[in-house]
Design a protein. Structure first.
Length: 467
């Protein structure tokens, strides 16, 4: 070989015999190589390939070409001085590249998205050295960036950055590096590693179910119509705030069909620019009262068009009602409304369509475990033989849950078994004779309703024999 690894009192070195016959050495102190023998051997291998290509006037092997694209500026500059490689043309610095990418693609993003992207760029500017090239960013540095984000302060005093924010930030930076790969600037994306989260996901610690009575109490303490409408649209209409309510007009409401036309900027680029949302009883009655009182504008929320700080206004209304504001005030209102729809309105696909997303997103972010679910789970454990000898306790716990939640999820019933709830929807009476629709044990049917439609097998704990 024309390059060999050796070691002296200063550490590892690569002894190189150049095509001209001159000898020199490469040390790692200023080249970012470190003191790994494996790293020195890799460099020696590729340097030998470069020397061999020059001596035989042949093309540089592909594996060495890929390696040259990945190495950092200091090492590449050293190879340039030894006249083993040509001058690197596209050796861009990482921060200017990210800034240029964000500026170029920011024209097609919405204001809210630009805010999130700007935050990601700000974090990158604080982490990456100004003189670091984009080629120097490898998977190790990408992981270090993620770990660095975890140490940054969160929104609340004394807290750290939320996992969702970290995932979103890494995802945005990853998009920029993917663009660099497509442009041929770098050979691969260092943020593509599976160990690096690139999704916002959900922060379940901030989830809060807001019940109907709480919302009605806050609405009753609101000082103006706009705040009442905002609360009702978020909780009983499950609209995104503020993007889906800013342009709402009174003419968008169909009082006969009891629905409202909603423009959705968030999903417009997915081919879903609008949808129709049903006006269930609570929302219908509130909007009708405000409309009959005489609107002052064609818009439902005229002040919102100039002042978009909805969260602050709603927090004040909540505090005025004597209630401690919950986390993610507006998002949890929407999530709570959708959770109610899932449990009482029937087909999940319909609920997802009303809310403007897919069933997958709905179950991932909006379906939660409530106190009623916990009671159901306890009943299922008891039915499995966990200390209950008879069926009395099982029936006493599960029947209220089933009749108020599961059986309204798309099952048919006779008119005699239905009653009208406070919100104008049909609910099953507790003494419904339609609980069992086919032969078999009542307990099995209740278990099927609570668990799903998968066939019961002997491996399921509640079907195992106690013997």
């Amino acid at each position: 070989m024309s390059a060999n690894v050796s070691k002296d009192g200063k550490g590892y070195r690569i002894d190189v015999r150049l095509p001209t016959g001159r000898t020199t050495c490469i040390r790692g102190k200023r080249l970012g190589i470190g003191q790994s023998q494996a790293a020195f051997r890799t460099i020696a291998f590729h340097v030998s390939n470069l020397i061999g290509a020059i001596q035989t006037s042949t093309q540089i092997p592909n594996e060495t070409q890929v390696w040259l694209q990945q190495i950092g500026k200091p090492l590449y500059s050293k190879l340039e001085k030894l006249k083993l490689v040509s001058t690197r043309v596209e050796d861009e610095l990482v921060i200017p590249y990210l800034q240029g990418y964000f500026k170029l693609h920011g024209q097609s993003r919405k204001t809210s998205s630009n805010k999130v992207w700007g935050r990601a760029l700000s974090h990158a500017e604080r982490f990456f050295p100004k003189d670091m090239s984009i080629r120097e960013v490898n998977t190790t540095i990408a992981v270090e960036f993620q770990n660095w984000l975890r140490l940054q302060a969160g929104r609340k005093p004394g807290s750290k950055m939320a996992a969702a924010t970290i995932g979103k930030t890494c995802g945005i930076i990853s998009q920029a590096f993917s663009h660099a790969v497509q442009a041929g600037v770098i050979p691969n994306n260092p943020f593509s590693a599976r160990s690096i989260s690139k999704s916002a996901g959900g922060n379940f610690l901030r989830d809060h179910y807001v019940d109907r009575e709480t919302v009605l109490k806050v609405i009753g303490n609101c000082a103006n119509a706009e705040d009442r409408i905002v609360l009702a649209l978020a909780r009983f209409g499950c609209l995104r705030m503020p993007s889906e309510v800013r342009e709402l007009r009174w003419t968008d409401i169909d009082w006969i069909k009891r629905d409202i036309y909603v423009s959705s900027p968030k999903t417009a680029h997915h081919g879903k620019a609008s949808r129709r949302v049903p006006l269930f009883q609570d929302l219908y009655e509130l909007l009708q009262r405000e409309f009959e009182a005489g609107p002052t504008s064609e818009y439902l929320l005229p002040k919102l068009r100039n002042h978009s700080s909805l969260s602050t206004r709603i927090r004040r209304a909540i505090e005025k009602a004597g209630i401690t504001p919950w986390d993610k005030v507006l998002q949890n209102l929407r999530a709570s409304g959708e959770e109610d729809w899932l449990r009482t309105r029937g087909v999940p696909q319909d609920v997802a369509r009303w809310c403007g997303h897919t069933p997958k997103i709905m179950y991932q972010h909006y379906m939660r475990i409530t106190d009623a679910d916990s009671a159901s789970n306890a009943a299922l454990l008891a039915a499995a033989g966990g200390g209950t000898s008879g069926g009395g306790e099982f029936m006493g716990v599960v029947i209220p849950v089933v009749t108020s939640g599961v059986l309204t999820g798309g099952k048919q019933s006779s008119p005699a078994t239905e009653v009208t709830g406070d919100d104008g929807f049909m609910e099953f009476a507790a003494n419904s004779g339609e609980l069992v629709t086919a032969g078999g044990d009542l307990r099995d049917h209740l278990l099927m309703d609570l668990i799903g439609l998968e066939p019961t097998t002997s491996s399921m704990p509640w079907k195992r024999s106690s013997n």
